[in-house]
Design a protein around this ligand. Structure first.
Ligand SMILES: [Zn+2]
Length: 75
């Protein structure tokens, strides 16, 4: 897991996390070409219960594909 504490906005540690798909058939694919053949890549979503700051972290599997995925350009 990424070092998510403390919250970079308010400095508190009242954080909650879940894992969710980075796309579906009804919306944009937010991590294109970084998932499996059928299953989309996933995010760990971290929400600060005090200030509401919400952060999305691409899974380690998705990040491992960035360097070779054609959709992604190094900046
Ligand atoms: Zn916060």
């Amino acid at each position: 897991m990424n070092p998510v504490k403390p919250c970079p906005e308010c400095g508190q540690n009242n954080l909650f996390a879940t894992t969710t798909n980075a796309g579906s058939g009804y919306g944009p694919m937010l991590l294109p070409k970084l998932g499996g053949f059928i299953v989309p890549a996933t995010f760990e979503v971290v929400v600060c219960a005090d200030c509401g700051l919400t952060r999305f972290f691409a899974s380690s599997e998705a990040r491992s594909k960035l360097a070779t995925a054609k959709k992604w350009v190094r900046k």
